[in-house]
Write a protein that binds this ligand. Sequence first.
Ligand SMILES: Cc1cc2nc3c(=O)[nH]c(=O)nc-3n(C[C@H](O)[C@H](O)[C@H](O)COP(=O)(O)OP(=O)(O)OC[C@H]3O[C@@H](n4cnc5c(N)ncnc54)[C@H](O)[C@@H]3O)c2cc1C
Length: 470
Amino acid sequence: MKQKSYLSEKLHDQLVNILGKDHIKTDHDSLQTFGRDWTCAYTPDPLAIVFPTSIGQVQAIVKLAIIEKIPLVPSGGRTGLSGGAVAINKELVVSFDKMNKIVEFDAFSRTVKCQAGVITAELQKFADEHDLYYPVDFASSGSSQIGGNISTNAGGIKVMKYGMTRQWVAGLTVVTGQGDILDLNHGLQKNNTGYDLRQLFIGAEGTLGFIVEAVMRLTQKPDDLQVMVMGVHNFSDIMHVLDTFQNNLDLTAFEFFSDKALEKVTQHQNLQYPLDTPASYYILLEFEDVSKNSNTVAYELFDECLNKGWGLDGIMSQNLSQNKSLWQLREGIAESISIGATYKYDISTVISKTPDCLNALETLINAQHPEFETIWFGHIGDGNVHLNLLKPASLEETEFLSQCNTLSKAIYAIVARFHGSISAEHGIGLIKKEYLSYTRSAEEITLMKQIKKSFDPHNLFNPNKIFDQA
Ligand SMILES: Cc1cc2nc3c(=O)[nH]c(=O)nc-3n(C[C@H](O)[C@H](O)[C@H](O)COP(=O)(O)OP(=O)(O)OC[C@H]3O[C@@H](n4cnc5c(N)ncnc54)[C@H](O)[C@@H]3O)c2cc1C
């Protein structure tokens, strides 16, 4: 089909020279699909979508973009929740869908070199097939890509034991805004030779350049995993339960969700309530059966929590299928509330301050917007909570968003008071740009802008994401 978008004939021909004609899309559906991420908050308006298949092609695209002054949007699995991969200003979207190969496996070093477009779940599967483990995991790992995970420094459900994506990146190949290819760290475990530029690309949300390949670390598989769900009264009790369990068992996850979240997910996915006794909040904890008597210890700890009044009721999985069903209660929540308009927060504090911060937020929302349905869930074991406000049926969407934007300032002021983060794992993108100063100082933002200028002097990569480049 002849290109429809704003792409000139000349530019189209130049891109065809680099990529071949089958790797450029300008039809309406592709522009709409590849011009947005999971936020769906913006109207896509890209110039075109291109699908390079090699590092050389990516470099040629950047060199062309420098000459023709074309802004670029790196695009992974588009599961991002911050508007990082959206194109709303006639940018060229560079999709890594066709750079999706595992390039090399080094069994001795336990590393895998992947192209940026490898799907997260494919890397997990590859590790499993080699009797190893890639531990970064979350509900969208079946669609998200390694390049996107690195660019957002993705976290997920196992952070308390295994850390964020950053911990698993041993090397990166990037194409900068000057069109240079940098091979950073070469998979080395130890390399103290000046600034570690690799770290700057991790979590940069595509603002410094393209990640084209990554050397990812793997680790040994965990022993048998057991899952327990426990009902609790309040945020403070959650912390007592965390303390009790993490002092005695090897926890791999400690998640929580509110009663409203449980109601949504059970309805949406047609699941059973896990417990007979109703509770305000539910903890899902997972532990590794290292000593082979961990189940006995877990039951004793559960009794202790009940006796101290922190826990109300609980259930422990007896087999793999029950593990999965219990996890489904937590993993299905995001999808179950994505049906109507939802305003999402992704905040974190140090764990010791989490209950006080969450209580302050709950008091604020109840006072200012008692009509909003509030859904809490998240990775509370590492201090990261997802707060979701659902639009009341009586309110127009624009009015709801405007009220949430006003409320956000009060919410982020509380988070700042606790020295927390306004974005624990999803990034800033477009959606949280105006609130960045609640977590980062003016001096830090100035330095970030200078770093961007060094890597991307023509301001081509994801312009005006994270901050406006004045
Ligand atoms: C149901 C659901 C659950 C989720 N749960 C979690 C969770 O628990 N933890 C968590 O951290 N996130 C979670 N997310 C958010 C999201 O999945 C992650 O941010 C993920 O890392 C995004 O990867 P992606 O490939 O989809 O990236 P995209 O959305 O395509 O892009 C994300 C950012 O990275 C940039 N980018 C993409 N590829 C490249 C590249 N090759 N080079 C340079 N920049 C690039 C984009 O420009 C954009 O700024 C969830 C999302 C959904 C929909």
